[in-house]
Design a protein around this ligand. Structure first.
Ligand code: PEP
Ligand code: MN
Length: 352
């Protein structure tokens, strides 16, 4: 029976296994939070710079397997090198996850896939650190070749320069697209690495539930203040329980007739508007093509910066009337403008 296929799956445990005492204490406290399904711990830690705590290695696996014995919970670790898999199996690890840095590296993924061949473990694949959906898909395809028991995804956010709100920007459109491409593969949210701070966990967890994710993986430590890694994002097991009491789980379908009827009416309205949007784009780009010809005939640059600046400001101002988010409108307008420029660049006129 698959462990990771469970709905409302909750994985929790420390960022790193640090000592037998810390591991067992955390595991026992988490066991008291009776909705935990899987105990996690980092055994080998991918540190950005040398000199930090790099994990307990094989010793940590001994502590973790003891924690499994004491709590009866299945255990999960990160694997980054082929020999990690051999050790994981030796110590009865049930689930392994592939970290964000490994997913970004096809060489690593191929080596892990070769070693995982028919291994009796379930595998969770974190998104790559860079926002490239194809690396995530490629990792999935390579791991699938290993014929493991079960595969799932973990969304942990993406490196993004200058983003103050998150440690790793969520870019929700990427996991949403993965869910569309692989509707039967569980999608788990890792709010700890997205948020980077305890105070951000609740909002991110609720958002992932609203997006119909299948579960969450949260870093939890018996004493986060003294944690050797990711101290500010780990949460005490008892606080995790309080936090989860504030989370509202949602269902993704219902038989209630009034709801279905009203949803249908609203969706019809959206359908009409979306169809109109597409035909407006078509008409607009046709005109862009005509403008392209005109500029070419008169030997003028495609970009007219002053005019673009004036139009952009005018439209941003106009959008305020409709209560539209300014950065949304700006993004859309910039996209349209770029496409218009592309079309004008490709416009061909017959040379006389
Ligand atoms: C972790 O889960 O502790 C971890 C290192 O995660 P990531 O690969 O997402 O950085
Ligand atoms: Mn961590």
């Amino acid at each position: 029976m698959s462990i990771i296929k469970k709905q409302k799956l909750i994985i929790a445990g420390p960022c790193s296994a640090e000592s037998e005492k810390q591991m067992l204490q955390t595991a026992k406290e988490l066991k008291q939070v009776d909705f935990i399904d899987i105990l996690r711990a980092g055994i080998w830690k991918p540190r950005t710079k040398p000199g930090g705590y790099e994990g307990a290695g094989e010793q940590g696996l001994k502590w973790l397997s003891k924690a499994k014995e004491v709590t009866g919970l299945p255990i999960a670790i990160e694997i980054a090198k082929p020999h990690h898999i051999e050790l994981a199996l030796k110590y009865g690890v049930d689930i392994v996850w592939i970290g964000a840095r490994s997913t970004a590296n096809p060489f690593s993924i191929q080596e892990l896939s070769d070693e995982l061949k028919n291994a009796p473990v379930e595998v969770l694949i974190k998104n790559p650190i860079n926002a490239d959906i194809n690396l995530w898909i490629g990792a999935y395809e390579r791991i699938k070749m290993a014929n493991v028991k079960e595969i799932g995804f973990i969304h942990r956010g993406f490196t993004s320069f200058g983003n103050a709100e998150y440690r790793n920007a969520p870019f929700w459109q990427i996991p949403i697209e993965m869910k569309r491409l692989y509707p039967n593969i569980p999608m788990i949210c890792d709010p700890s690495h997205i948020g980077g701070k305890r105070s951000r966990l609740q909002k991110i967890i609720q958002k992932s539930i609203n997006l119909d994710y299948n579960g969450i993986m949260v870093e939890s430590h018996c004493n986060p203040k003294v944690a050797l890694t990711d101290s500010s994002q780990q949460i005490k097991p008892s606080d995790f329980m309080l936090l989860m009491n504030q989370i509202e789980w949602k269902k993704n379908s219902t038989d209630k007739k009034e709801y279905k009827d009203e949803l249908e009416t609203l969706r019809e309205q959206i359908k009409e508007l979306d169809n109109e949007l597409i035909s407006i784009f078509g008409a607009r780009m046709q005109i862009s093509n005509d403008i392209g010809k005109l500029k070419q005939e008169n030997n003028l640059t495609i970009l007219q910066t002053q005019y673009w600046d004036k139009r952009l400001n005018h439209l941003l101002q106009a959008a305020k009337k409709y209560d539209l988010n300014t950065s949304f409108v700006k993004t859309i307008l910039e996209f349209i403008h770029l496409e218009s420029i592309r079309i004008q660049n490709e416009t061909k006129i017959k040379k006389k």
